[in-house]
Design a protein around this ligand. Structure first.
Ligand code: ATP
Ligand code: MG
Length: 558
């Protein structure tokens, strides 16, 4: 991919070293292993860019593997959405699509092998008892009374578990390691549990399911993964994965941990995102406020910009939180170069140009993108009745307000100077419409006598305008780290009730008649907007992708 340059970070260092040492005969094989229990978020994008990116850079392969070991939470809807989002991001796994569930039989055989080696046993303790027996970080665990069952008995019981003889939760298969290990993961972890549940791929073939810990390392080994890259919380699981592979005497991938992505003012956990969806805090997984890939797509973020973001944040060993202003900064930078400028008025205030002939209209020339001369110009219609933004007029302006007010002259972008001569009011005191006069000599926006104005306003012609609904978004949560809550509190209490504002009666310039879902624009002075995927011929809907104000520039300076 052309946006990938020579990069360096601790993972690439390791890979270069391994290549130099001819490890794995110079083979590089990574994988992205999502659990299909929700839609992908921007944190996953970091992992996707890393794993698929490494395969591209080092002429390797990256597998897509669904870690589908938990039949209660997984659905094929998620499998489809994950595939769609990865493709949209610009990555391709080709033929290399795998499912941990394809290894269920193999994993069962591996488990039987461990039992035969005396390294696994069937345990009848309840989940709660297992927890109690496990001990704590400071206290060693206690051995299960079932720990010394004979190999023969274990083989029989495990077979019977598979055959459906026992109810859910009545027995588990555990590895026999060390109940006094300082690493809790090594204290006889559970390998299989009984669950009489239908699986999205294996149907009712199985009523015992392998745990993630028992599945993950072996799946990597089966697929001959060379570099198994995962997030830091799995560092403590690595000794366990190594132990399993050692006991089974099978190929060892190299596991490398990196810090997960956290972003301010949002959450990065599928469980929490699912809750927002199910409890209708947001309108689905692709709500433009969501940190999901599908939400960001609908919001108007491009795959290129998301990849660029992932590249810029880099990978490291230390946990950190990225300011959401930085993500928006990257989005804005790209749109500044690419998005066509247009004019649209969100909260229209009617302006009558008293000295402009009733039936006259004319076309003025507007620049499509000052950052890109090749984008050319377009014509915008001007006539006697216009709209400007309500907030661009004040009857009694304070000192620093330079926009329109009675007696004041301002420029209408690409058009004329206008001066306000009267403000007509409704009974309640609000402004009904303004009356202005224009100076025909200022056509195009400059006065031949050199006089200056202090403000330039955007506007649209009433007669030519098209109506639209515009959705303005703010941060999803009111707190920088909404997931960090005191005991008993709920992250949803930090939900920002003002994160969505729907503006219904906007007036846009007529060139937007041809706007199609996904098209991006800069509405002058208001921000970058995209046409929503739910737009119809009857109703044009825009999402504000990002405002014009670069908060990151401010943060960077301080
Ligand atoms: P969540 O907590 O959101 O459910 P998860 O880690 O359980 O995330 P998986 O489907 O298991 O989700 O993740 C697939 C891959 O994406 C894993 O390799 C995981 O390490 C990686 N990943 C998940 N979240 C992040 C993140 N915030 N930053 C970087 N990588 C992530
Ligand atoms: Mg997970």
């Amino acid at each position: 991919m052309n946006d990938i340059k020579e990069k360096t970070d601790f993972i690439r260092e390791i890979i270069r070293q391994d290549l130099q040492n001819k490890k794995n005969n110079g083979r590089i094989h990574t994988r992205f292993p999502p659990e299909p229990n929700g839609y992908l978020h921007i944190g996953h994008a970091k992992s996707i860019c890393l794993n698929f990116g490494l395969a591209e850079e080092f002429s390797g392969i990256c597998n897509l593997r669904f870690d589908d070991t938990n039949p209660t939470k997984e659905e094929s809807e998620y499998v489809q959405s994950i595939k769609k989002d990865i493709k949209w991001l610009g990555f391709d796994w080709g033929q290399n699509e795998y499912y941990a569930s394809d290894y269920f039989e193999k994993l069962y055989e591996f488990a039987v092998l461990l039992i035969k080696k005396g390294k696994a046993y069937v345990c009848d303790l309840s989940t709660e008892e297992i927890r109690q027996y496990r001990g704590t970080l400071t206290a060693p665990g206690r051995e299960s009374p079932y720990r010394n069952r004979s190999i023969k008995e274990n083989l029989t019981l495990f077979k019977e578990m598979r055959d459906g003889k026992y109810p859910d939760g009545s027995k588990v298969l555990r590895a026999k390691i060390d109940m006094s290990s300082p690493n809790l993961n090594m204290r006889d972890p559970v390998m299989y549990r009984i669950l009489h549940k239908i699986h999205h791929r294996t149907g009712n073939n199985w009523c015992i399911y392998p745990t993630y810990d028992w599945t993950h390392g072996q799946s990597d080994s089966i697929e001959n993964i060379t570099h198994s890259i995962c997030t830091l919380e799995f560092e403590d699981h690595r000794p366990l994965y190594d132990w399993f592979l050692d006991q089974l005497e099978i190929y060892h991938p190299r596991q490398i941990e990196f810090a997960r992505l956290n972003l301010t003012y949002t959450v990065m956990s599928k469980r929490m995102l699912l809750e927002l969806v199910e409890k209708k805090y947001v309108n689905g997984w692709d709500d433009p406020r969501m940190p999901t890939i599908s939400g960001m797509k609908r919001r108007g973020y491009s795959p290129q910009a998301i990849r660029n973001f992932c590249q810029q944040i880099g990978v490291s060993k230390a946990d950190s939180t990225v300011d959401i202003a930085f993500l928006e900064h990257i989005i804005r930078e790209e749109l500044n170069k690419k998005a066509a400028r247009v004019m649209g008025v969100l909260n229209p205030l009617r302006v009558v140009i008293d000295n402009y002939p009733d039936d006259q209209e004319e076309e003025l020339t507007a620049i499509n993108n000052p950052e890109d001369p090749s984008a050319g110009t377009r014509k915008i219609p001007f006539s006697k009745i216009l709209y400007i933004e309500q907030e661009d007029f004040m009857e009694n302006p304070p000192d620093k307000f330079y926009r329109l007010s009675p007696g004041r002259e301002v420029r209408l972008r690409y058009a004329y100077f206008i001066k306000c001569v009267d403000a007509v009011k409704n009974k309640d005191g609000s402004i009904l419409e303004l009356h202005c006069i224009y100076d025909p000599l200022t056509k195009g926006g400059d006065a031949p006598d050199g006089r200056k104005v202090k403000a330039t306003l955007h506007w649209v012609s009433d007669r030519h305008s098209i109506p639209a609904e515009v959705r303005l978004y703010d941060k999803l949560f009111t707190k920088e780290n909404p997931a960090r809550v005191e005991d008993g509190d709920d992250f949803k209490e930090n939900f920002n009730e003002n994160s969505l504002q729907i503006v219904k009666n906007c007036k846009l310039e007529p060139s937007l008649m041809r706007a199609k879902p996904g098209n991006m624009y800069q509405f002058e002075r208001l921000g970058y907007f995209c046409v929503d995927s739910g737009t119809t011929n009857e109703k044009l809907v825009f999402n504000r992708t990002v405002t014009l104000k670069d908060e990151w520039a401010k943060i960077r300076k301080t």
